[in-house]
Design a protein around this ligand. Structure first.
Ligand SMILES: Cc1ncc(COP(=O)(O)O)c(C=O)c1O
Length: 401
């Protein structure tokens, strides 16, 4: 008998990740032999530093292949030391939960903190998964729109106005994916003061904290005041800092009660992440000098590429890009191209722009719609300067003809 499959409402209402979709379309075209310059992916093109790879390999060879990670306790201790050293935050290992990437850390937190109908404040343009993770938890995303007039930042007043008795959480992400914006310490203090006064919880996604350019100092939202230590859960991971996207190690640090609940939730969802990945992450955070050197080298290259991409984007007809100051994304406004036609396709929205860029010019970008913007596209500059030049040459040919 033919079976009628009925998927749960929970998943029917969720949109697939547009960033992964663009990446797979670009890769599929490349596999067919099409010359695609891919600015879609949100991951460093560098390999993981050698000392970390060695630690992972050694762990596997030494039998660290079981549920219980031999270096798991050391990883938590190293994360606590990192938080103290770099973020002025003191936590005990019990306050840390290590997960399969920061994505899972965030997912866990939404599941343990958000109830049906709870409001979660998200700043747009936002990282794609925040919205869907809130929805998967039954929560109601409350979107605060921003644009380049405020460098894609919210003001404390705007946040204050959005808080209602139903507000459960505020999601803070600096440096931001997709806009590359970075809040200054003063701006973070002002946001923190609103959160503290309102007595709501906040998630601070600091995954790009080591990728800030132009001298702005990072400040953890949880470090703004002792009260905020009880209201803010800090999320971070090794993926972007140490070029370890595929190792799948992220973590959260927060108050006892919340982190106990997160551990309980994770124990039924996935258990802890791969033992040898935890060994690699313990090495990344533990061998501070060697890791810092690798991070500095990658940072310098990202900075050069950032400047190149920013300068070249602003030479495109109809494209305007503010200077990205963090992460590895540029987020240009392409509304100046709306109304123009290419190969019979009239561009009316970022999605059309991306289709034309891929189909006509062979350049993969991510449409702003995925991040809650109707005017922008996202380009990752986590790719070589040669590829940035090549892709921008193609876009120049397309738009400046
Ligand atoms: C803002 C932001 N948070 C979290 C993540 C997830 O990182 P991970 O690879 O550790 O799951 C990403 C990855 O793209 C991101 O851009």
């Amino acid at each position: 008998m033919a079976v009628t499959i009925k998927l749960a409402r929970r998943i029917r209402e969720v949109q697939p990740s547009a960033t992964l979709a663009v990446d797979s379309k670009a890769k599929a075209l490349q596999a067919q032999g099409v010359d695609v310059t891919n600015f879609g992916a949100g991951e460093p093109d560098f390999n993981t530093p050698a000392h970390i790879i060695e630690a992972g390999a050694k762990a596997m060879q030494g039998g660290d292949t079981k549920y219980f990670a031999k270096r798991g306790a050391e990883l938590k201790k190293n994360i606590c030391e990192k938080l103290k050293r770099e973020n002025a935050l003191e936590y005990k290992p019990e306050n840390i939960v290590v997960s399969n990437g920061a994505k899972q850390s965030l997912f866990n937190l939404m599941q343990v903190l958000v109830d049906e109908g709870d409001e979660v404040i998200i700043v747009a343009p936002y990282w794609v998964s925040y919205l869907e993770q809130v929805r998967l938890a039954g929560g109601k995303p409350v979107i605060l729109e921003t644009d380049e007039s405020t460098a894609f930042k919210i003001t404390p007043q705007k946040l204050e106005r959005a808080i209602t008795p139903k507000t459960r959480l505020f999601i803070h992400n600096s440096p931001s994916n997709p806009t590359g914006t970075v809040y200054t310490p003063d701006e973070i203090r002002a946001i923190g003061a609103v959160i503290e006064r309102a007595g709501v919880l906040a998630l601070s996604d600091e995954i790009y904290e080591r990728l800030i350019y132009g001298g702005i100092q990072p400040l953890s939202l949880a470090a703004v005041s002792p009260a905020l230590r009880q209201q803010v859960i800090t999320v971070n991971g090794v993926a972007k800092t140490f070029a370890m996207t595929g190792w799948r190690i992220g973590w959260a640090a927060g108050p006892d009660e919340i982190m106990k609940a997160v551990q309980k939730f994770q124990s039924h969802a996935t258990s802890d992440p791969a033992a040898f990945s935890q060994a690699g992450a313990a090495e990344a955070y533990g061998s501070v000098k060697i890791s810092d050197e690798a991070v500095r080298t990658m940072h310098a290259q990202f900075d050069t590429r950032r400047k190149l991409m920013h300068a070249r984007l602003n030479k495109l007809k109809g494209v305007k890009c503010i200077e990205p100051l963090g992460a590895f994304y540029a987020f240009p406004n392409v509304s100046g191209v709306f109304g123009r036609s290419f190969n019979g396709v009239t561009v009316k929205a970022p999605m059309d722009f991306c289709n034309v860029a891929l189909d006509v010019a062979g350049v993969a970008l991510v449409p702003g719609e995925a991040f809650g913007s109707r005017n922008h596209v996202r380009l990752s500059y986590a790719t070589s300067a040669q590829l940035i030049d090549k892709g921008l040459d193609k876009l120049e040919k397309l738009l400046n003809a």
